[in-house]
Design a protein around this ligand. Structure first.
Ligand SMILES: [Zn+2]
Length: 153
């Protein structure tokens, strides 16, 4: 068996080990969430929403990391996954053999695909309907003093 095959096997085993560790961490977080929630159930005065949300966020991040590791494992095996239908394809394929979707060249993400975040562009048409201006009619509150221009002579 060629040496590079062995190296690939080692890489895959290494990635798999990392995935297993991450899955273990996820289980730990799920466990903690359960305990936190139960603590809240037992004592309604406790608010653990923040703690629970923090762990949920971590779990989401770890799932993403696992997904990235799975992609690396596939690559070691000479495979890649179709973004549309999730079918495993040969790395050399330009199109998914199942759904026909085109693969990005060499899995590289072209720079122009990553658009810079649009700095909160508010369309000018979003002007709120003008609230009726408070009718400030100086009613009889402050009668203007009559200028005694031709009063005295
Ligand atoms: Zn596909």
């Amino acid at each position: 068996m060629p040496i590079f095959q062995d190296q690939k096997g080692k890489n895959i085993a290494n990635f798999q080990k990392m995935i297993d560790e991450k899955k273990h961490t996820i289980c730990k977080y799920y466990d903690e969430i359960g305990h936190l929630y139960y603590g809240q159930y037992k004592d309604m005065n406790i608010d653990v929403t923040k703690d629970i949300n923090a762990r949920c966020e971590s779990i989401s991040n770890i799932y993403k990391e696992i997904e990235e590791l799975n992609i690396k494992i596939l690559r070691e095996k000479g495979l890649k996954k179709c973004a549309i239908c999730s079918t495993e394809n040969q790395l050399a394929n330009a199109f998914c053999f199942k759904c026909g979707a085109r693969f990005a060249d060499d899995d590289a993400v072209p720079a122009d695909v990553i658009a810079p975040p649009n700095a909160c562009a508010t369309p000018p048409s979003e002007m709120p309907v003008a609230a009726p201006a408070p009718a400030v009619e100086a009613e009889e509150a402050a009668p203007a003093p009559i200028a005694p221009e031709e009063a005295g002579e």
